[in-house]
Design a protein around this ligand. Structure first.
Ligand SMILES: [Zn+2]
Length: 437
């Protein structure tokens, strides 16, 4: 079998890997490179395909153009894993397989980019289920925990053995939404034998395990309790796709304030979650765009302690609702002592760090109080990776979703676990290929 490292091997994001067995190719993920997308989106939300390709904001899949691609499988609904599907998938004319929640989000992206022809290829598959693609290839989705609903480990059953793709995940044994990882099935796959395993390494350099979302639930509760004591307006920002976190914010609010979610991506992810009964929106008002937020924010201005705003902008994105509030561009003007809670970490890319710094300075200039890092990560850390390697016992490991430093950091862990660089542990770069015998 051949494994193609198409994107996400020189950077965090832009994820795309392909597995070729017997002349048939399965693609795992087609993601955006968010660092490149964010500045392009300052002009318009829908950046034309040719510009995305030219700027390297989507993976360069040219190595697959003349191959027999039989399926595209998406691991979960984060944009750095599915954002490029509407841009790249059309030429392959094959099923696009993912869990129902991921499919809902892909539907939105496809419609936004006016690629309705792709809708016919969307193929929902539940975790715990397997789908036969060809005589020689079956796709199985295994439940895993991450920071978005219905995340999966992809298991490709081929005539040359099993390939597993685990990008992204954390090991959350006390999740606040859904079940803990499907350890039983992973053990069974290990017993059958995994020939090659592709795994994320976003937080491989941190020598610890990642905390459970249960910890974040407690942190959010405490942050809101303290903020409400101040008797001021409270605005909380988090990842729009982090449905478990938004549910935890709603729970922590305990009906004390009326909740309003503002932002385009907030509306998209929340409505998709509500469609699948993953969140109850009956007590939550959703405003799908900051341009339509005028009348809602006027009410907030009259009664700031009556509302909790959940908004986009946790990475300081200049187009976000929080940035617009900070710039005094919307109907609610920040008052001295208003509390802004970031239920997030700043993803440490130069553009995010700069955007977040600019936003924080502006918020403070308006007299607001900023509470950072009310958050736990959605990514496995070094000791989780060790647990996973021992659980799956793959013959070969290919680290993915990281720059050279992260991939190399995984190699020292793999060496400790008995893998040999270049033989059973393979460091790849974008555009590369490794043959596994
Ligand atoms: Zn992810």
């Amino acid at each position: 079998m051949k494994i193609y490292s198409i994107g996400g091997y020189n950077e965090v994001g832009k994820n795309m890997t392909a597995v070729e067995v017997g002349g048939e190719v399965v693609i795992c993920d087609m993601g955006f490179f968010m660092e490149k997308i964010i500045p392009l989106q300052e002009e318009s939300n829908i950046v034309p395909d040719d510009i995305l390709i030219k700027e390297g904001a989507v993976p360069d899949d040219s190595v697959l153009h003349n191959k027999n691609v039989v399926a595209i499988v998406a691991s979960h609904a984060h944009l750095d894993h599915i954002g490029a599907i509407p841009v790249l998938a059309e030429r392959y004319k094959c099923p696009i397989i993912a869990t129902p929640y991921t499919i809902e989000i892909i539907k939105h992206l496809v419609k936004d980019r006016k690629k309705r022809r792709l809708l016919g290829y969307l193929t929902p598959l539940n975790t715990g289920s397997t789908l036969k693609i060809t005589q020689n290839i079956k796709v199985e989705l295994v439940h895993i925990t991450h920071s978005i609903p219905q995340s999966t480990l992809i298991a490709l059953h081929t005539k040359e053995g099993i390939v597993t793709y685990l990008n992204d995940y954390k090991l959350d044994n006390t999740p606040t939404m859904g079940k803990k990882p499907d350890y039983e099935r992973m053990k069974q796959l290990a017993k059958i034998g995994i020939k090659a395993h592709i795994e994320e390494c976003v937080r491989i350099e941190e020598h610890e395990r990642t905390s459970s979302e249960y910890i974040a639930q407690i942190m959010v509760h405490d942050a809101l309790n303290r903020a409400y004591e101040s008797g001021k307006a409270v605005i909380i920002t988090t990842f729009a796709s982090h449905i478990a976190r938004i549910r935890n914010i709603v729970k922590a609010n305990q009906n004390r304030r009326k909740i309003i979610c503002i932002g385009r991506s907030m509306a998209t992810y929340l409505k998709a979650a509500a469609t699948l009964n993953l969140i109850d929106l009956s007590d939550i008002a959703i405003c799908p765009s900051k341009n339509q937020s005028g009348s809602v924010l006027e009410k907030v201005a009259k009664n700031p302690t009556g509302y909790l705003l959940i908004v986009t902008g946790n990475q300081g994105e200049p187009n976000s609702v929080l940035s617009s509030i900070a710039k005094n561009d919307l109907e609610y003007k920040l008052q001295k002592g208003d509390e802004i809670i970031f239920s997030s970490f700043t993803i440490p890319s130069p553009i995010n760090k700069a955007n977040k710094h600019t936003l924080e300075l502006l918020l403070k200039k308006r007299g607001a109080r900023v509470i950072n890092n009310v958050h736990v990560s959605g990514h496995a850390k070094r000791e989780d990776h060790r647990d996973m390697i021992r659980l799956l016992k793959p013959k070969n490991i290919i680290p993915s979703h990281g720059n050279m430093e992260k991939l190399a950091s995984f190699s020292s862990l793999a060496a400790e676990e008995g893998y040999v660089l270049g033989k059973t542990f393979h460091i790849m770069a974008n555009g590369g290929m490794v043959e596994i015998k």
